[in-house]
Design a protein around this ligand. Structure first.
Ligand code: C2E
Ligand code: MG
Ligand code: MG
Length: 703
């Protein structure tokens, strides 16, 4: 930009002319001039080398140079300066005026001022052009280096610009796309309906605001390739603020959408089996209920639980357990229609949703199919594994109208299927819930019973079959309920086990049995060892071994007076830790008995892992000795096995003399049952402890 003060180099050999011009410039009112005067071209060139000059006034007829040659040299030396020829060619009117009419000298400064202003304007214009070019270039480079595709349209919706990414994604080179309707270049459809999606640019223009695109949008490239996109469009305004077109920015979200889909799948499916999980099931059940309501149909929900899966998992390991679950899942899936849902609830629980059934019988049909499909063994890791199912069925709307009640009732029915022998199905019945409520009441009552000391122990003698004398006793709990009277363990032990109350109850039983032994001993009676039943929950409760030791210490009872009865399934639930606990108890001198032997599923070799002193043959075998030869054979096999393992054998539930004869003939050590005595209260039992009836089997027990 020119400064206020215009520098002028006057090259003029004629002193009069020079002075005239200087005078005119000095008198100018609308511009200020600083004039330097030289008379020779050589001198001028030297001056121009020193610093820039705004205007050069050149007399082309100089002594050292003439005409165009002079101009050329000045121009070379000062290309940015404005050069005016004084009195040169005819068209140089302004200057000619100056030189030819010296009186009119006020024109020279005006002319210079005018020329000067024009030059300044040109300068500004050039700078603006440059800035514009730079801005355009910057925008271009930016648009081509960002990852998003950018496309613009005019007001009519014809393409006016595409960046490189947009070219790639649409498959349209810019030169070809320009002027084409947007819908041709930017073809989008709704990913779900596959119908053409609304053009966002049109909306942005119409509504004059930034708009986003439908969530599930797919762009179809010119060659037909499809990519999931996410985009937005904004109106472009002209200088008057009017909408003149639109810009669409979009990006490929195929990968992130696939990832999102994968995440959604993971959230709704079970990792191990790939089946829908509880979350998805709940959703589908809600849908199914809605549809059934409208179509006046029914929905069946079946809760499936594998029987004794835990045994397999504990004994063969989780890897085998997992593969078994996968195998079961595959078989179950084969039994249902595509419109039904099989889901894994977690653990060994599956759920089948039959979306639309005509009648409950349809569900029974599927349940039978499910039970049958599991009948064949699963071959896994070289093992032949057998599993069965217990199934509970509840039907919408008869058993419940909400997702929660239908689920809850199927679960309740499943427990009943388990309780009634497993490997079967049960339809939900309203009184099942009454029973559930009863259970809750029992639990509350048990807490009270514990506090108010309503439990008592009865003792059932165990008889040495050789001598006919008592060799021990089993302590059996009873609940003296103030309202119901005497309640037997079958009624409340399961609830106590489920609620965890069995731990404090069991501890009470242990202490009570030991206190009783102490009091018999203190009374000078020949006390016998007493067997106490221990549940799984108790055995695994923290401090079980320490508690036993403490109770023995407190009551000053020798460990050999105490026997603990455990069932096979208790031991097998976690064989390693069971063996450890038993070893500790054994080290203390406590005897271990295996209760209800023969009803479990363990292999005999497995049992040798545990330090077992006593095998109690379950009463179900003993009771059938005289009627079922198979059971008689089992009993005699167990007796001889026990003998070879050096274990004492007790036959439970001996009720008849025929059974007793058989057991004696088989050389069974001990018998327990009504044939000898029912369980007795402590006082009655104490009366049996005389030197005549109670006698040591191996060693004197009286201390
Ligand atoms: P169990 O340990 O197998 O006890 C033997 C059961 O058979 C007892 O039933 C006993 O009264 C009964 N019984 C004895 N002789 C005969 C007979 O000749 N014929 C028949 N039919 N039955 C006979 P009870 O007392 O009702 O106990 C049932 C079960 O409750 C016990 O079976 C045991 O598993 C459990 N139980 C009992 N007391 C306790 C306890 O203090 N703690 C724990 N955890 N469970 C206990
Ligand atoms: Mg027992
Ligand atoms: Mg038993």
């Amino acid at each position: 930009m020119l400064s206020d003060l215009t520098t002028v180099l006057l090259i003029e050999d004629n002193a009069t002319d020079a002075s005239l011009i200087q005078q005119a410039l000095a008198n100018a009112t609308d511009s200020r001039f600083k004039v330097e005067w030289v008379t020779r071209l050589a001198e001028a060139l030297k001056r121009l080398e020193l610093s820039p000059i705004d205007v050069v006034l050149l007399d082309p007829r100089l002594p050292d140079c003439e005409g165009v040659g002079a101009f050329d040299q000045v121009f070379k030396a000062a290309p940015d300066s404005l050069i005016l020829l004084l009195g040169a060619a005819d068209d140089e009117t302004i200057v000619r005026t100056v030189t030819k009419a010296p009186v009119d000298t006020h024109w020279l400064p005006r002319a210079l001022h005018y020329v000067n202003t024009r030059k300044a304007t040109e300068h500004v214009l050039r700078a603006a052009e440059e800035a514009l070019f730079e801005a355009k270039e910057r925008a271009q480079v930016t648009l081509n280096s960002i990852g998003d595709a950018v496309l613009t349209t005019d007001l009519q919706g014809n393409v006016t610009y595409l960046n490189l990414v947009a070219e790639e994604m649409t498959g349209w080179p810019r030169e070809e796309a320009l002027g084409h309707p947007l819908a041709e270049v930017f073809r989008i459809i709704d990913g779900t309906t596959l119908q053409p999606a609304t053009n966002p640019a049109e909306r942005a223009i119409r509504e004059d605001r930034t708009v986003g695109l439908a969530a599930d949008c797919v762009l179809i490239r010119r060659d037909g390739f499809e990519s999931a996109i996410e985009d937005s469009s904004a109106p472009i305004h002209n200088r008057l603020g009017q909408v003149s077109g639109a810009v669409i920015v979009f990006r490929d979200v195929t990968q992130s959408r696939a990832m999102a889909q994968k995440m959604a799948h993971l959230a709704q499916h079970d990792f191990l089996t790939g089946l829908p999980n509880r979350l998805l099931l709940t959703e589908r059940l809600a849908q199914a209920i809605g549809l059934a309501h409208r179509h006046k149909k029914q929905v069946a929900l079946m809760f499936l639980d594998l029987d004794f899966f835990k045994h397999i998992n504990d004994s063969l390991g989780h890897a085998i357990g997992d593969r078994l679950l996968q195998s079961v899942a595959a078989r179950l899936a084969g039994c249902i229609r595509a419109t039904d849902t099989l889901c894994r609830q977690g653990g060994d629980e599956f759920v089948v949703l039959l979306a639309e059934i005509e009648q409950p019988h349809d569900a029974a049909h599927v349940a039978n199919k499910l039970l049958n499909t599991l009948a064949a063994p699963h071959m896994i890791g070289g093992h032949e594994l057998h599993v069965t199912l217990s199934i509970g069925i509840s039907i919408y709307p008869q058993d419940g109208r909400s997702v929660d009640t239908v689920m809850q009732n199927a679960d309740t029915a499943m427990y009943h299927a388990k309780a009634s022998g497993r490997n079967n199905y049960r339809f939900f019945k309203a009184d099942m819930n009454t029973r559930a409520v009863q259970r809750l009441m029992v639990e509350g009552n048990l807490r009270r019973a514990l506090k108010q000391r309503e439990f008592v122990l009865h003792y059932q003698p165990q008889i040495d079959l050789d001598s006919g004398l008592m060799s021990g006793a089993e302590a059996l709990i009873r609940w003296q309920d103030p309202v119901q009277g005497l309640v037997y363990p079958a009624e409340f032990i399961p609830v106590a086990e489920e609620s965890g109350l069995i731990v404090p109850i069991g501890k009470w039983v242990l202490r009570e049995a030991c206190l009783q032994i102490r009091s018999w001993l203190d009374a000078g009676l020949p006390a016998v060892p007493v067997a106490v039943n221990v549940s799984a929950v108790e055995l695994r409760s923290k401090n079980f071994v320490a508690d036993v030791a403490q109770i023995l210490r407190e009551t000053r009872v020798e460990a050999r007076y105490l026997e603990l009865e455990l069932t096979e399934s208790v031991l097998l639930q976690d064989a390693d830790s069971s063996a450890e606990i038993l070893d500790e108890l054994k080290a203390m001198g406590v005897r271990i008995a295996m209760d209800d032997f023969g009803t479990g599923y363990s292999s005999l070799s497995y049992l040798t892992r545990f330090p077992i002193d006593v095998l109690k043959i379950d009463q179900s075998f003993v009771g059938k000795i005289d009627t079922h030869p198979d059971d008689a054979a089992i009993v005699s096999a167990v007796i001889s096995m026990g003998r070879s393992l050096n274990q004492q054998i007790i036959a439970e539930g001996v009720e008849t003399s025929a059974q007793l004869d058989f057991l004696r003939a088989q050389k069974c050590d001990t018998g327990q049952g009504y044939q000898f005595s029912h369980p007795l209260c402590a006082d009655d039992f104490g009366r049996l402890l005389t030197p005549e009836t109670g006698t040591p089997r191996q060693q004197p027990l009286v201390s």
